[in-house]
Design a protein around this ligand. Structure first.
Ligand code: GUN
Length: 283
C-alpha cells in the first residue's frame, strides 16, 4: 500500500505558492488577503480556522479572522459580509461551516461575492462547476483531485464510489471525478446495501462523518481509498474508514490526520491566490 501523503504534497504545493507570492511582493504588489469568519466556538471549527490562518501566514497570504458570538443577529453578519465584499483589499472570504441554526447558511454563502468566494460554495460557482465551466472549485474536492494527480492515479474508466452527498464534498467530488472519466456512484445514509457498492469501487472517497463506516471486507483488493473524515475517538483523530484493516489490501490510502486535511487547506490557499490574481487584474 502506498500512503497518499497529503501533508507532504500540500507542503510542496504551499511552497510553490509562496514562491509566486514572494515574487509579486518583490514587484511591489500587495499580498493576497483572506477574511475568515467563524461564528460561535465549535472546537473543531476553531481548530480548522486556526490551521487555515497558520497556512496563510506560511505562504504570505494576509488573513483576518472574525470571531463572532454564537448568538449574533443575522443582520450583523450580513453587514460584515457586505463590508468585506466592498473592501478592495480583501480577495477572499470564507464563512466557516457549520454556522448556528438561527442563521440561514445558504443565503449567507450566496451573499459572499462570487468573485471572493474562496470556498467555491456560491451558487453561481457551484453552477459553473456542474456545467463544466471554469470556476473556483470547492477546496476538499479540489485537494483530492490534486492528490490523486500527484500520485499519477488516472481515474479515467475507474468505478468511483463516493460516500456522502454534501455540497462541500460528496456532490462536487462526484462532478470532478466524472469529468476526469470515472464512473460515479454516490452513496449516502439512505443507501440500502453500502458494501454492495463499495466492493465495486476502484476508487472509494469516504465523507460520511462517522468512524469505521468502511471496513476491510467492504473494499476491493487494490482499491484506492481516500478518507475525508475527521472524528475524535478516545482523544485521537481518526477518519471514516478502518485504516489498520484497509491498509493491508488497498493500493493507495490516505492517512488521517495528514491526508486530505492539508490538501483542503492548500486548495483554499490556491483558490485565494486565484481570486487575488483576477481581482488585481481588474482593479
Ligand atoms: N466546514 C467543513 N469543511 C469546510 C470547508 O471546506 N469550508 C468551510 N468554510 N467550512 C467547512
Amino acid at each position: 500500500m502506498i500512503l497518499l501523503d497529503g501533508f507532504k504534497v500540500a507542503n510542496e504545493r504551499n511552497l510553490a505558492l509562496k514562491v509566486k507570492i514572494d515574487e509579486l511582493v518583490k514587484q511591489n504588489k500587495r499580498k493576497p488577503s483572506l477574511s475568515i469568519i467563524l461564528v460561535g466556538n465549535n472546537p473543531a471549527s476553531l481548530s480548522y480556522v486556526k490551521g487555515k490562518g497558520k497556512a496563510c501566514e506560511l505562504v504570505g497570504i494576509e488573513h483576518k479572522l472574525y470571531t463572532l458570538d454564537e448568538n449574533i443577529e443575522e443582520k450583523d453578519l450580513v453587514n460584515l459580509i457586505q463590508k468585506l465584499n466592498k473592501d478592495e483589499n480583501v480577495d477572499g472570504i470564507l464563512l466557516q461551516l457549520p454556522i448556528p441554526k438561527h442563521l440561514n447558511d445558504n443565503m449567507l454563502i450566496d451573499l459572499i461575492s462570487k468573485d471572493k468566494d474562496a470556498d467555491g460554495f456560491h451558487v453561481i460557482n457551484q453552477g459553473n462547476l456542474y456545467q463544466k465551466k471554469e470556476t473556483i472549485k470547492p477546496a476538499t474536492p479540489k485537494g483530492i483531485m490534486s492528490l490523486l494527480e500527484t500520485y499519477n492515479i488516472n481515474v479515467s474508466g475507474m468505478n468511483a464510489v463516493i460516500i456522502g452527498r454534501s455540497n462541500i464534498v460528496g456532490f462536487p467530488v462526484a462532478r470532478l471525478l466524472m469529468d476526469a472519466g470515472a464512473t460515479i456512484t454516490v452513496c449516502h445514509t439512505k443507501t440500502k446495501d453500502l458494501s454492495f457498492h463499495t466492493k465495486q469501487a476502484d476508487l472509494l472517497v469516504v465523507s460520511a462523518g462517522r468512524p469505521m463506516v468502511v471496513t476491510k471486507e467492504m473494499v476491493k483488493p487494490g482499491a484506492v481509498v481516500v478518507d475525508v473524515g475527521v472524528n475524535r475517538v478516545d482523544g485521537k483523530l481518526v477518519g471514516d474508514v478502518d485504516f489498520e484493516g484497509i491498509k493491508e489490501i488497498a493500493s493507495y490510502l490516505t492517512p488521517v490526520p495528514k491526508g486530505v486535511g492539508p490538501m483542503t487547506i492548500n486548495a483554499l490557499l490556491e483558490n485565494t491566490f486565484e481570486l487575488y490574481q483576477k481581482h488585481i487584474d481588474n482593479l
